[in-house]
Design a protein around this ligand. Structure first.
Ligand code: J2J
Length: 537
């Protein structure tokens, strides 16, 4: 597909020969599960229960409706759907037509959605009317007015003005196009570090392989019950093993829209949840909440924690407090996923972020000159393998920097390896802030802030935070006087930027410290703010 880096033929042949890629597509996969599991419940969403058979039927009805709207193979559709049954119906209907969903997060706003629509020349945008106190309707109309490709705005809610998803479930037959397992199935989002977030093309073959391996490691089967508390459009709850892994296993998905103990704990008890995926800040809240609750957690077998650095002391307490297995997950939407194994020694589970899930994952830990470092030394992690992309979507220039000549992806993460091959994430060289699992590209925010009329220069860096691990701090040199945090926030909200990217702190300075090459020293800025935040300052 245009804009996507194809797999080299001999490498694709190798992954097929090794039985990694089995020629399955998502559309077929669901059909096969529906034939096998029939009226077994696939998804529980509050009071709503959907069986595999019904899901499969609803997907066909929607595919028929989408085809009638004119959706064709290789079209792109930006979807911004919270944790609801519609997420699955829409995704699989698009998969069956060979149309690519672009996975926006519910927290994204005008600036992000507009960019995804424009970059992908999206034909449609599907979103809720309201979610978590935000009304998407006006934003959607603005984006459509400005776009030359967006033909359809489809709402999950009720609207007289927009097309409604509910009207698109048609009983009529539709023509199933040929969708191949090596076709691009969807575009996933990267955390981004330079400028706006890059889009990640994933094929059916390689993504399904990653589900199968994840299921094996997490022992997912028909009896598993996966609780989704994180936004399922994100790669981690989508695929590690996540909701798609659950469907692959014939398991049951339980959807929640909030991760608070008030909502999640009774669900675990009632639905007999066996596995749940968390990010570190939520794990901390759950651990605290346990002190005052007496919910029954006996069904719970695995709590996964990943997406950001997880403190070892808390990891240890977590494992003891919940009486189930803790699993650390270190993954990336670009591909590579590492898990601690369920039967690993406690030391490994607590102190490492696990090891690659596939024997065909290749990893290298290198210094600044791409030379491999000694075992145990810290270096950048490079990787390639049967489910790690070879290039971002329509990003030729960036790809030349983000991948080595022989196809290794430069993760931008600093890691070390132990003797058993387990990875410890030690830091990062990419210019990104990891705010409790939510990724902020510093450059993207700098571009926004620099457009404020009173900003002469700006640098955005991470600052330590006990709860989120990191928060973002904008160092600003104003033309004159002050810019307060509130003023900055108002300005950025008006520009339509996701809330989590708005700087948590604004520091006004006269100049920036510089490196010996005359560039802004972000390291020095991080040290400045860390010192200022320390209790002895
Ligand atoms: C430290 N940093 C981590 C961890 C990710 C499974 C799990 C997570 C993601 C994800 C994912 C970390 N400790 N345990 O896609 O399938 C940081 C690293 C990494 C970046 C990727 C999955 N787990 N990270 O978080 O694409 O810096 O994917 O490169 O959002 O998160 O972010 P993302």
């Amino acid at each position: 597909m245009e804009g996507c880096q194809p797999w080299p033929d001999e490498i694709a042949a190798f992954y097929r020969e090794k039985d990694c890629w089995r020629g399955e597509t998502f559309g077929q996969m669901l059909r096969v599960r529906a034939e096998k599991h029939g009226n077994k419940i696939a998804i529980t969403d509050g009071g709503k229960q959907v069986s595999y058979e019904t899901l499969d039927k609803r997907v066909d009805q929607l595919a028929s409706g989408f085809q009638k709207l004119g959706f064709k193979k290789e079209d792109r559709v930006v979807i911004q759907i919270p944790n609801t049954v519609e997420f699955f119906e829409v995704c699989f209907a698009l998969f069956r037509l060979g149309v690519l969903p672009v996975f926006a997060l519910p927290s994204h706003r005008y600036s992000e959605i507009q960019y995804f629509c424009e970059l992908t020349e999206a034909k449609a945008y599907i979103m809720p009317e309201n979610f978590s106190g935000y009304h998407y309707h006006e934003m959607a109309k603005t984006i459509q007015r400005e776009s030359s490709t967006l033909e359809h705005i489809i709402t999950l809610g009720a609207s007289e003005e927009l097309e409604q998803l509910a009207d698109l479930y048609l009983e009529e037959e539709y023509i199933q196009p040929n969708v191949y397992s090596n076709d691009i199935a969807f575009l996933q989002l990267s955390g981004g570090s330079t400028g706006l977030s890059k889009l990640i093309p994933r094929t059916h073959d390689e993504y399904i392989y990653s589900l199968r391996k994840s299921n094996e490691i997490c022992r997912m089967d028909e009896n598993s019950v996966y609780l989704a508390v994180l936004a399922i459009a994100h790669n981690y709850p989508l695929s590690s093993p996540g909701v798609l892994g659950s469907l692959y296993a014939g398991a049951r998905i339980v959807l929640a829209t909030r991760s608070s103990p008030d909502e999640a704990f009774p669900i675990i008890e009632k639905e007999k949840v066996t596995i749940v995926a968390l990010v570190p800040p939520i794990a901390i809240i759950w651990l605290e909440a346990l002190k005052t609750r007496s919910n029954d957690f006996t069904s719970l077998e695995i709590i996964q924690v990943g997406g950001a650095h997880f403190n070892a002391e808390i990891a240890k307490r977590m494992q003891q407090a919940f009486g189930c297995k803790l699993q650390q997950v270190y993954g990336m939407a670009e591909g590579l996923v590492n898990y601690t194994r369920l039967d690993d020694p406690e030391e490994t589970i607590i102190n490492t972020q696990g090891r690659p899930m596939s024997p065909y994952d290749e990893i290298r830990v290198v210094d600044e000159e791409d030379r491999e470092v000694e075992l145990g030394e810290v270096g950048e992690l490079l990787t390639r393998g049967p489910y790690t992309i070879r290039g971002y979507y329509k990003a030729e220039q960036h790809n030349a920097k983000a991948f080595t000549l022989n196809g290794f992806y430069r993760t931008g993460d600093l890691v070390s390896l132990d003797e058993a091959g387990n990875i410890v994430v030690e830091g990062r060289i990419k210019d990104q802030i990891n705010r409790g699992g939510e990724k902020i590209a510093a450059e993207e925010m700098e571009d926004h802030i620099a457009s404020h009329p009173n900003v002469f220069d700006v640098a955005v860096v991470s600052m330590p935070d006990q709860f989120l691990g990191e928060r973002s701090c904008a160092f600003v040199i104003p033309y004159e006087g002050m810019i307060t945090k509130v003023e900055m926030k108002d300005f950025l909200i008006k520009r339509g930027i996701a809330d989590f990217k708005i700087p948590d702190r604004v520091e006004i300075v006269d100049t920036f410290p510089q490196t010996s090459f005359g560039k802004v020293s972000k390291k020095a800025l991080r040290e400045m703010i860390t010192k200022k935040l320390s209790p002895t300052y």
